[in-house]
Design a protein around this ligand. Structure first.
Ligand code: CU
Length: 316
């Protein structure tokens, strides 16, 4: 369920919208006004009424009027735009930091307690500060309902902040063409009550991990693939996407390209480990090198084992 934007969806909505309506209104006014004058003079000075061209002298008064009025209007547009921009750039000191990671082709969000999710959770009526990191190519985080958008450039620090005043779920898009599956690079932001958010971001990661081992290991593996956005490139049903499917790889012979040579390899635990932590050491034949980036320092040992269980299940 995606909620509609209202003025309360974020603290920027009314300002951005009024700047937009102001500029749009002035543009409409000029379009209609200039067109009306044009039509009027086309008729007034048509050939049958005015066979010989009328010579009209300039007018200082008119020149001054149509210099001063547009100058004031343009300055007003600038002021509106600038004050809204400045508000977006002034990040409140107490804003809750959330690390936002973009890679081809998914977003993940990491909270102060280490929890990682593929949906952005934010508390109601509290400022959050998204710390934006692009791992591979240009991306852009865009939340239309909140009127925020920020390019994400690898190696360059960028932030956006906002405060939402309305519970609900809103769309997130990547707004910078980033390759094959760019149009699938979507997510959602869920605005939840502040106490629920505190609860979510309070749990320490050991408790989370314990939680995960309770559920069946297959489910845990699925959660890991969701958490890190692996499914932007892989499927579990045998169909090929950007990378090979997870189905039927464990224990099978894989044809891979290693150091420019085609060799056969058995997909065992070590093979899967390299596939995740050093994916370009050997590349499955028929797929492109360099697309899958290493998950070193991201996927933990525990999560790796969960993935392994999941892949084993898919290869039974
Ligand atoms: Cu992208």
């Amino acid at each position: 369920m995606i909620d509609q934007t209202t003025n309360k969806a974020s603290n920027f909505v009314s300002q951005v919208d009024s700047a937009f309506i102001f500029i749009f209104g002035i543009s409409i006014l000029f379009l209609v006004g200039i067109t009306a004058f044009m039509v009027y003079y086309i008729i007034k000075y048509r050939k049958s009424k005015n066979a010989e061209a009328t010579h009209i002298e300039g007018s200082n008064t008119l020149e001054i009027i149509w210099t001063i009025i547009p100058t004031i209007l343009v300055l007003a547009m600038f002021y509106y735009g600038w004050s809204g921009w400045k508000l977006q750039k002034d990040i409140p000191e107490d804003a809750i930091p959330i690390k936002t990671i973009a890679r081809m082709w998914s977003f993940t969000f990491q909270y102060e307690n280490g929890l990682i999710t593929d949906t952005l959770y934010v508390p109601l009526n509290k400022a959050v500060n998204l710390d934006l990191v692009a791992l591979d190519v240009l991306h852009s985080l865009y939340i239309p309902a909140f009127r925020v958008k920020q390019d994400m450039v690898p190696g360059k620090q960028a932030n956006i902040w906002f405060e939402s005043g309305q519970l609900g779920e809103y769309e997130i898009f990547c707004a910078e063409y980033c390759g094959l599956r760019h149009s699938f690079m979507t997510s959602a932001v869920k605005v939840i009550p502040a106490d629920e958010f505190d609860e979510l971001t309070k749990i320490d990661s050991t408790a989370l991990a314990a939680n995960n081992t309770e559920v069946d290991s297959r489910q845990a593996g699925i959660s890991v693939t969701r958490k890190y956005g692996c499914n932007a490139c892989h499927t579990a049903d045998g169909s090929k996407l950007v990378g090979p499917s997870y189905k039927n790889i464990m224990g099978r012979t894989r044809t891979v390209i290693k150091d420019g040579e085609e060799i056969e390899m058995m997909a065992d635990e070590d093979y899967i480990r390299r596939s995740i932590y050093d994916p370009n050491a050997e590349v499955v034949k028929g797929y492109e090198k360099g697309l899958m980036l290493s998950y070193k320092d991201q996927v933990t040992e525990e999560e790796f084992l969960q993935l392994l269980d999941y892949f084993r299940y898919l290869s039974e």
